[in-house]
Design a binder for this molecule. Structure first.
Ligand SMILES: [Zn+2]
Ligand SMILES: [Zn+2]
Length: 287
């Protein structure tokens, strides 16, 4: 039983980390926290080895990203912070780092990515390969601050007049795919109700879970993006390619009716509205 659980964890781990630029072999990661919290961002719960290249330290904590550092420091620029050098993978003083912000490499907890380099030359090489702008820590922190309200559309929840039945997420529930605390992002909550219930921070991770285990659709639930109402995943309509991003980036955004989905797609540059059965594994991997 234990071995089986371990196998599942290991396969999920390798399955989901395959294409992430942020991930490094654990042996190459410097982790400053100890005990059971060693691997988790204290702000969002995400796994620090998986998101290592964007990791920042401050006081005795290690955060997954400048985004979580910003959230934890509440806009007071920390002077003791360190960041991972994308090339050497060592922790360096943020005051000496050259940040590349807004490259095509994916961000952690934000759509505007931020990667740090100990040498300006390396930063410029990265820019010529991947785009983005070189700036210092204070400027990168300011970008994180500016992006903060936009990320995840936290503030965008529509007021609901009729009480809706929502997916209730236990406070400590973590997404089995990415390790994030799910309750923090109610708009994106998805769920699998099997012998054991699992919660996800978005439809994308829910589908990764479903495809990896070949699970049938009838035990999956998603949240209507507008109302947060709990929907049967198999009956919802999903917008892909929109300019609204979940905690893990591009998402499949669920709605109860096709009309709602089409309206949202029109307002947010959505590429397409699809049904549950039209979601493919390749599509999920490409998001
Ligand atoms: Zn975090
Ligand atoms: Zn997740």
């Amino acid at each position: 039983m234990f071995l089986r659980a371990l196998f599942i964890i290991v396969s999920l781990w390798s399955f989901s980390q395959a294409e992430m630029f942020q991930t490094v072999p654990e042996a190459n990661a410097t982790l400053i926290q100890s005990g059971k919290d060693k691997y988790a961002c204290p702000n969002c719960g995400m796994h620090l080895v998986k998101f290592y290249k964007t990791s920042h330290t401050h006081e005795n904590h290690q955060y997954c990203s400048i985004h979580c550092l910003y959230e934890a420091t509440q806009g007071v620029i920390p002077t003791d912070a360190k960041v991972v050098d994308t090339i050497t993978l060592e922790l360096i003083d943020v005051k000496k780092a050259f940040y590349v912000v807004g490259s095509k490499m994916r961000g952690t907890m934000t759509r505007t990515s931020s990667y740090a380099f100990g040498s300006e030359k390396e930063a410029l090489t990265f820019v010529s390969d991947n785009g983005g702008k070189v700036m210092n820590f204070e400027a990168a922190y300011a970008v994180a601050a500016e992006d903060f309200p936009k990320d995840f559309g936290k503030q965008a929840t529509a007021p609901t007049v009729i009480p809706v039945i929502k997916i209730e997420v236990p406070k400590d529930a973590k997404c089995p795919i990415c390790g994030m605390f799910v309750a923090k992002y109610p708009q994106w909550v998805a769920m699998f109700e099997g012998e054991k219930t699992f919660y996800f921070d978005g439809v994308k991770d829910m589908m990764k879970y479903a495809f990896a285990r070949k699970l049938s659709s009838d035990k999956f639930y998603v949240s209507n993006y507008y109302t947060l109402a709990k929907l049967e995943a198999s009956k919802a309509f999903y917008v892909i390619g929109a300019n609204v991003y979940g905690p893990m980036g591009s998402e499949l955004i669920p709605f109860e009716t096709q009309e709602e989905a089409q309206n949202f797609a029109r307002d947010h540059n959505g590429q397409k509205v699809i049904t549950f059965d039209e979601i493919t594994e390749a599509m999920v991997k490409s998001l």
